[in-house]
Design a protein around this ligand. Structure first.
Ligand SMILES: [Ca+2]
Ligand SMILES: [Ca+2]
Ligand SMILES: [Ca+2]
Length: 391
């Protein structure tokens, strides 16, 4: 660390030491609250981290359809795995094919084994397997038996009686729940029925469709699920659960808090990137976007100046955000490297406002898949200012 900033503060050892502390791993912008939401409510009261298959595999067409993408997705915390199940070529066993059928099929049992192996590495809360069922009756029975055999006790079965209410994440720790849905041809009707089930993740899910350049929606999703100890279940705020009052995100709500954000400095790129990565003949020209995602009223994105030709950009810029629904708001930070044509991506993060710590913090940045860089961090200050008294 002292080496990294030495050209800034060669003479001032105290300042160097302070920078060392401020940039340290202990100075995270997110409160370490662990799993602090009430986990004993019915499952329907939670947002659950899901991802479309395309995001599990990276490039769906070129990646092999083995269990590896499933394992990777589970390690990233995904709690819902979608599998399209089809008869194999001999029509005597069950295969999994991910939508587009250019990938090689993989045996259903192999996928289940991958799930069993990795389901609870990142979170002990339950994993859902959604089967898109293209099977004959006989093979459906076979699939059911294979599932029971693979998971045994870990497979949740509701028993004889009809459940009055969903069980809670707490009661389903380390359990796997299988649900089936009809093939895509029939699924439009279901989508309409699903609409009310959850506001934010439905929206996020739609936007997670595997189009290029849609990384931002993945970042928001990942940011949202950094809350509640990264357990991938986030309890919906009370106003979304109140049956007597329908929350309309389009409504205007009074400002609940004003967040003042100062972005001082960024560093670490020179360690994590090749020296010619951003510009071949000169140091990079970084600028940052700082903003808020949430209900329409709270959405806002601001931009710093570009600091030309520096691996350690010193921005020292301050921004204010008025937030009406902090419960659904995320702080968004993105850094780019300015070019004449297309700017280079240089890091991002999203942090739930509800868990943001005030004070001067070292904010680690992620790559475009959400994996943390080893060294890239921003030094930022956060301050919550109460709104003026309502008149
Ligand atoms: Ca460049
Ligand atoms: Ca440059
Ligand atoms: Ca440049």
């Amino acid at each position: 660390m002292s080496q990294r900033l030495c050209h800034l503060n060669k003479k001032d050892l105290h300042l160097e030491a302070s920078f060392g502390y401020l940039f340290g791993d202990d100075n995270s912008p997110q409160a370490s609250l662990g799993v602090h939401h009430d986990m004993s409510a019915p499952l329907s009261k939670y947002f659950i981290f899901t991802c479309h298959n395309s995001h599990l595999t990276g490039n769906q067409l070129s990646s092999d359809c083995s269990g590896v993408p499933i394992i990777n997705a589970l390690k990233r915390g995904v709690r819902v795995i979608e599998l399209d199940i089809w008869p194999n070529s001999e029509k005597d066993d069950v295969d999994v094919l991910h939508g587009v059928t250019l990938t090689a099929p993989v045996a259903f049992i192999k996928c289940l084994e991958s799930i069993k192996e990795s389901a609870f590495i990142s979170s002990e809360f339950p994993v859902f397997i959604t089967l898109e069922d293209h099977l004959t009756k006989d093979l459906q029975n076979k699939a059911a038996n294979v599932s029971l055999g693979a998971f045994q006790y870990f497979l949740f079965t509701p028993g004889g009686e009809v459940l009055k209410e969903f069980p809670s994440p707490e009661s389903l720790k380390k359990r796997v729940i299988i649900s089936t849905k009809p093939p895509k041809e029939y699924s439009q009707i279901e989508e309409v029925k699903d609409k009310e089930s959850d506001l934010l993740s439905d929206e996020a899910r739609d936007k997670l469709a595997p189009q290029k350049g849609n990384d931002k929606h993945l970042w928001l999703m990942q940011g949202m699920f950094r809350a509640n100890g990264h357990c991938r279940y986030v309890k919906k705020p009370d106003f979304l659960l109140n049956p007597n009052e329908i929350f309309d995100p389009e409504d205007k709500h009074p400002v609940k808090t004003t967040l003042k954000v100062t972005l001082y400095i960024g560093e670490g790129w020179c360690h994590d990137f090749d020296h010619t990565h951003f510009d071949p003949y000169s140091p990079p020209d970084f600028y940052a976007k700082v903003g808020v995602a949430g209900v329409p009223e709270d959405k806002n994105m601001k931009k710093t100046e570009t600091v030309e030709n520096s691996w350690v950009p010193f921005w020292n810029q301050e921004f204010e955000f008025h937030i009406t629904v902090p419960e659904l708001a995320l702080l968004r930070i993105e850094v780019y490297e300015n070019d004449m044509e297309k700017d280079d991506f240089a890091g991002e993060t999203c942090i739930p406002i509800a868990e943001l710590k005030s004070g001067i913090r070292a904010v680690p940045l992620m790559d475009n898949k959400g994996d943390m860089y080893n060294n890239v961090k921003l030094l930022m200050q956060f301050e919550f200012i109460s709104p003026p008294e309502a008149t």
